[in-house]
Design a binder for this molecule. Sequence first.
Ligand code: OXD
Ligand code: MN
Length: 592
Amino acid sequence: MTAKTSNKSVLSWIEEMKNLVKPDKVVWIDGSEEQLESIRKEAVETGEMIKLNEKKLPGCFLHRTAENDVARVEGRTFICSRKEEDAGPTNHWMDPQKCYKMLYDIARGSYQGRKMYVIPYSMAPIGSPFAKIGVELTDSIYVVLNMSIMARVGDKVWDVLGDSDDWVRGLHAKCDVDPEKRYICQFPEDNTIISVNSAYGGNVLLGKKCFALRIASYQGKNEGWMAEHMLILGIQNPKGEIKYVTAAFPSACGKTNLAMLIPPEGYRRKGYKIFTVGDDIAWMRLGPDGRLWAVNPENGFFGVAPGTNEKSNPNALACTRQGTIFTNVALNKDDMTVWWEGLDKNPPTNGVDWKGNPWNGKTSTEKGAHPNSRFTAPAKNCPCVSPEFNKGTGVPISAIIFGGRRAQTTPLVYQSRSWNNGVFVGSIMASETTAAASGAVGVVRRDPMAMLPFCGYNMGDYFAHWIEMGQKLGDKAPKIFNVNWFRLDKDGNFQWPGFGDNLRVLDWILQRCEGTADAVETPIGYVPKPEDINLEGIEDEVSKDTLKEILTIDNGQWKKETEGIAEFYKKFGDKLPKELAKELDGLKSRLN
Ligand code: OXD
Ligand code: MN
């Protein structure tokens, strides 16, 4: 097939990569439905995808990865800046020249007998002032079809790229899916990503974590914008005004659920509505009005399937009912539909598990779906997708919300004292390990801004960039909050119902942004008075006393917390901004 662009930097790089990996054929992905349909057909013929029930799940497919290739591999993810210091203490680093050589040796000749697919894609709507372009080369049909859901893909991208050299190079080579030779490498100074020996989404859909977070965070630092691991949500009040918030949580804290929440009955009756702009990544820039504006650079949702059901997240479930690729879920052979743990109480008896083995969900002790099984669903399927979703100008952000999973210590919600204090709050974000993960229970893991595995440069410099953005935004800066849906009582029961009821907390947050809600000043920040959180309709579930308890700050616990923070901050040495050291000192003295 002839080249679809005359861009010299693109053509010469593709030529170089062709000579390295030696494909039999090059296929340029044009973004047309005809081409995608013929690729889907091919995927079904080769067994790479299984076509699902066209009536019940139109346009949906199932894919199974290798058993050793089911999740992101942080231990094998590298930031290859020229200086090790520029990758910082929280990233794995490799010298770029050594790394290129190692990766080229692994990838050399690996496309023989395979096709090279050239995928031009735009992160953020094509032509948006936020948009950035990437080209991914891959030998995987699965990657082509997933990227075509997750990003804006096709010939239009070449038109906007023109002759520019400002695009991100991405080479993916499946090789033998050998876990010992699996590497996910970012070269931020070269706008380059190379991923070898994996075929799992987070490692190979290079537009997502590799580009939209690791490379983009570095670009953002240099160009004065932000790439964050955040959902974007619009909340419409009964007056019809929509306010937008972004929120960052470590994994397994319900980000997709919050992004698509269903308002509690009482709120719905009053006319509250929720609009999803994004569930995972936010790119944010200073707008012409001086406020912070955000777009979701993605075009689909790569969500965790287990636990998604009609109750926990009906909107996410609705997203998966057409045009979706399922990865590593169970198959019901009777009607060619899919199933996962937590979907319903009716697992298939004539099923196939995620490993491809016959599986009876009623009798088997094995899981049908892998705990990290996924759906790749087009955003346009989402019943509550924001009308602004495809507008390249983005949405103005009123509040930034951080959060984690803490049994104790952190209250249901608090507002930071200032932008810099909010950056401090984000930098100390943490979750406690649960019994579900291996290792000790209740150990605090710090995950600043939920960016620990995704920051493409020194995290100390990243904190400094946040502080600088606050200086630029001045009094137009969003207010910064912290939430914790996961407080436990003495018996280990959750004290807050979570899910849709989290809107009650968002409601207070937005009132604080407008200056219409009260708060109590505490050493860590501003906390609502119990009467300022609306409990209408859940008085039986959450008593005033419980609410009071989960809004209380225990100085003793926080003194201990400051010791943990000081220890964590030591990692960054003199890269820790003095503003954050000052915030820690301020907190310590307020606690005494
Ligand atoms: C994701 C993650 O897949 O954060 O979004 O791991
Ligand atoms: Mn994520």
